[in-house]
Design a protein around this ligand. Structure first.
Ligand SMILES: Nc1ncnc2c1ncn2[C@@H]1O[C@H](COP(=O)(O)OP(=O)(O)OP(=O)(O)O)[C@@H](O)[C@H]1O
Length: 292
């Protein structure tokens, strides 16, 4: 690992390559949603993925996480070509959250996290049916780890609460805890601050930094520019399926093509971005709305 000083002045330990997308292309019939995109993520790095609506961010995310098999190109994760099966991707050490919350609403917070943990247990069907000593040991370990993760994301007090009764920001954090329960090396967060208020957004940022400090790599899709530029080590901007620029937040912010790209697809996105880039202090407190 080498010590790297980020734009924010913090010194982070960024290690070797954990994820490499090579010329990833995804077509839907005649539409090319992702077009020959290269993308590299290192251990201990926070990568941002931005782009105007319809730029191909979610499709690219789905290619990275095995939801889609790219039409061409490949994704190499931790030294091996990614199997195009979400379950195998999780077992390989990649976890994700979704744009729309996907919790088990009628299960408790703890049970939701335990579900994520089961992919790492070795309990077979027979052991589960017989409920012998091994089953009870495994179950206790899963329960304990799930509680630790609830504590880690700041939800230690919600153990027995039904997921559907938690406030919105807590539900998003619960999703992160469930993803962490799979013991990932890389976690991908799809619009983690969507629908959050400014305070929840700051908590989300702090949580992502702590996840990175555990040594995990993080990839984030976000529409909230202030959030992404203060959080990430590097940012990739997609436009019409293509990589427009990849660089540090400072490099991406100062590239006029980025604002132009947003202007080309929607005046609201463009003016929000322009305001953020030119007058970051004035938008204080307005950055938590998200737009799922
Ligand atoms: N399953 C699909 N079938 C056909 N076209 C699709 C499919 N999924 C996405 N597309 C198209 O691919 C393009 C990229 O969509 P995608 O959702 O990946 O963009 P995005 O950058 O995530 O957008 P947003 O920020 O609005 O979520 C769009 O033109 C979209 O209509």
């Amino acid at each position: 690992m080498t010590a790297v000083t980020t734009e924010t002045g913090a010194t982070d330990s960024i290690g070797g390559v954990i994820l490499q997308a090579e010329n990833v292309t995804m077509r839907f019939g005649g539409l090319t949603a992702v077009d020959s995109v290269n993308f590299t993520v290192h251990r201990g790095e926070i990568m941002g993925l931005i782009g105007p609506n319809g730029a191909g961010k979610t499709t690219f995310f789905n290619c990275l996480t095995g939801m889609y098999l790219p039409t061409s190109g490949q994704v190499v994760f931790d030294g091996a070509v990614l199997p195009p099966k979400p379950r195998k991707v999780v077992q390989a050490g990649m976890a994700r959250t979704f744009q729309n919350i996907r919790l088990f609403g009628n299960m408790t917070a703890l049970e939701n996290v335990m579900v994520g943990r089961y992919c790492r247990t070795t309990t077979g069907p027979l052991t589960s049916i017989l409920r012998g000593p091994k089953f009870r040991r495994d179950e206790a370990a899963v329960r304990q780890r799930a509680q630790e993760l609830l504590d880690f994301v700041g939800l230690g007090h919600t153990t027995d609460q039904l997921a559907r009764n938690l406030p919105y920001g807590d539900q998003r954090r619960l999703e992160v805890a469930r993803a962490l329960a799979t013991d990932p090396k890389l976690i991908l967060l799809d619009e983690p601050t969507a629908g959050m208020n400014p305070q929840e957004t700051r908590q989300a940022e702090e949580l992502i930094f702590r996840i990175r400090d555990l040594g995990l790599a993080v990839v984030v899709i976000e529409h909230d520019m202030r959030f992404i530029f203060s959080l990430c080590d590097r940012v990739l901007c997609l436009v019409q399926g293509r990589a427009l620029i990849e660089g540090t937040p400072a490099q991406v912010q100062s590239d006029p093509r980025v604002i132009e790209a947003y202007i080309g697809t929607g005046p609201e996105d463009a003016s929000a971005l322009e305001a953020e880039l030119q007058h970051p202090a004035e938008s204080d407190g307005d950055s938590g709305d998200g737009d799922a």
